[in-house]
Design a protein. Structure first.
Length: 213
């Protein structure tokens, strides 16, 4: 009587499904992909726009060294779009609450780190690319930005905690938004960081689409 050893190796055969992206019955080429209008697939509030079809492992804009990101093919009102989508911690999401959040943090005492201390998650500087002063801040793992005033930049760069300076920033905010400045912790809870991370995870789970040359 023969027996089969308990740990005898076996080979299992599985089928690998390869998904190709076709337009009018023809496989999409790299040239066609480059011609697609580039448009963000994730909205500023963290919702996925339209219908995402998949991701393409093709980097037409020399972005291989741009950190973790996805090239998403998606459909908007019946038309195909492509989207360069950085990972949340590398994104640069413009959101209306960031100005208030950063102003509150500066009013509450946050300043530019002195040279011998590591930088924090907040940066305020003049951005030549957009021609304005902007704040970039990481909120629960997502990088957001917003234009801010020169007065806020100046206050952030000073190391002194002046009550008059804080009052000036509060008054400046109230004039601009016609309401009182809220505490930073309260504003942070309203910023849709978790929605952006959820959208990124959803896009990361999309199938890879193969396109021709």
């Amino acid at each position: 009587m023969s027996t089969t050893p308990a740990h005898e190796p076996t080979i299992e055969t599985s089928t690998v499904e390869i998904k190709t992206l076709k337009v009018d019955g023809k496989q999409m080429t790299q040239a066609f992909f480059r011609q697609l209008i580039e448009q963000p697939v994730i909205s500023t509030v963290g919702r996925i726009n339209g219908t995402p079809w998949g991701v393409v492992n093709y980097h037409p804009d020399n972005c291989e060294n741009s950190g973790e990101h996805l090239h998403v093919v998606w459909q908007c009102n019946g038309q195909l779009r492509r989207a360069f989508t950085p990972a949340p911690e590398r994104a640069l999401v413009r959101h209306s609450l960031i100005g208030e959040f950063v102003t509150a943090r500066v009013v509450e005492g946050e300043r530019r780190p002195v040279p011998w201390t590591p930088g924090g998650s907040l940066s305020i500087s003049r951005m030549a690319s957009v021609g304005e002063v902007a704040a970039i801040v990481n909120v629960r793992g997502v990088q957001f930005y917003s234009p801010v005033s020169v007065a806020l930049l100046n206050a952030w760069e000073r190391q002194s905690d002046s009550p008059a300076q804080a009052d000036h920033l509060r008054a400046e905010f109230a004039r601009a938004y016609d309401r009182e400045l809220r505490p930073a912790a309260e504003v942070a809870e309203l910023i849709p960081a978790e929605a952006h991370k959820a959208a990124w995870r959803q896009l990361s789970d999309l199938p890879q689409l193969f396109i021709g040359r």
